[in-house]
Design a binder for this molecule. Structure first.
Ligand SMILES: C[S@@+](CC[C@H](N)C(=O)[O-])C[C@H]1O[C@@H](n2cnc3c(N)ncnc32)[C@H](O)[C@@H]1O
Length: 179
C-alpha cells in the first residue's frame, strides 16, 4: 500500500510540473552555481528594500538572495505547486526571517516600492514583464535577469558567465518616466 501511495504522489508531482510548465511557459529549472556566484555580487549586501524573485522554482535564488541581503525583505513568487511546496518545506526546516514565499502569479502582484527584481524566465515572460516593470517600479530600481534580456532596454551592466552556455547576466536600472 505504502509504495503505491508513494508512486501515486511521485507521478502526481511530476504531472503537476508538466502542467505548470505548459501553463507558465517555463520549467522550474534552477539557476546553476556558476551563474549564481556571478549574479549575487551584483546586489549590495547592505540593501534594505524589497527584493522580488519572479518565479522561485525550488528556491535556489530566493534563499541565496535572503542570505546575501539580510536587511532586505525577499518576496519570492512561484505558481507551480511542487516547487512551491519544496520552498515552503525548506523555509520550515531552515527559516530565513527575511524571506516571504507567495504561491501567486507575479504578473498579478504589485511591484511598487521594490528596490530589486530578479528573474530567470523566458522571452515571452520578459516581453510581458517589461511594461509592468516600467509602470510599477520606482525610478532607480534594479532588474537583474540572466539568460534572457529585456528587449528594448539598455542594460547598465552585462556580463557573460564562463559556463557551458555562456550565460548572459543583465543588470538594468529603471529610468525616470518621461512626463
Ligand atoms: C527557470 S525557473 C527559475 C527558478 C529560480 N528563479 C532560479 O533561478 O533558480 C522559472 C520559474 O518561474 C515560475 N513562473 C513562471 N511564470 C510565473 C508566474 N507568472 N508566476 C509565478 N511563477 C512563475 C515557473 O513555475 C518556474 O518555476
Amino acid at each position: 500500500m505504502f509504495p503505491l501511495l508513494l508512486l501515486a504522489l511521485l507521478l502526481g508531482g511530476m504531472l503537476s510540473i508538466v502542467i505548470y510548465t505548459l501553463r507558465t511557459g517555463i520549467s522550474p529549472m534552477p539557476t546553476l552555481g556558476k551563474v549564481r556566484r556571478q549574479l549575487l555580487p551584483l546586489i549590495e549586501p547592505e540593501l534594505e528594500g524589497t527584493v522580488l524573485e519572479l518565479g522561485a522554482g525550488w528556491g535556489t535564488l530566493a534563499f541565496a538572495l535572503a542570505d546575501r541581503c539580510p536587511q532586505a525583505k525577499v518576496v519570492a513568487f512561484e505558481l507551480s505547486p511542487l516547487p512551491f511546496a519544496f520552498c515552503w518545506l525548506r523555509q520550515r526546516l531552515a527559516p530565513r526571517a527575511n524571506l516571504e514565499l507567495r504561491r501567486q502569479d507575479f504578473l498579478r502582484a504589485s511591484f511598487s516600492g521594490a528596490s530589486v527584481v530578479v528573474c530567470y524566465l523566458f522571452p515571452g515572460a520578459m516581453a510581458r514583464l517589461a511594461p509592468k516593470l516600467l509602470a510599477e517600479l520606482p525610478p532607480g530600481a534594479c532588474v537583474l535577469s540572466h539568460t534572457f534580456a529585456l528587449r528594448g532596454w539598455k542594460p547598465e551592466r552585462s556580463l557573460v558567465v564562463d559556463d557551458l552556455y555562456r550565460t548572459p547576466i543583465y543588470l538594468y536600472t529603471v529610468p525616470a518616466q518621461a512626463s
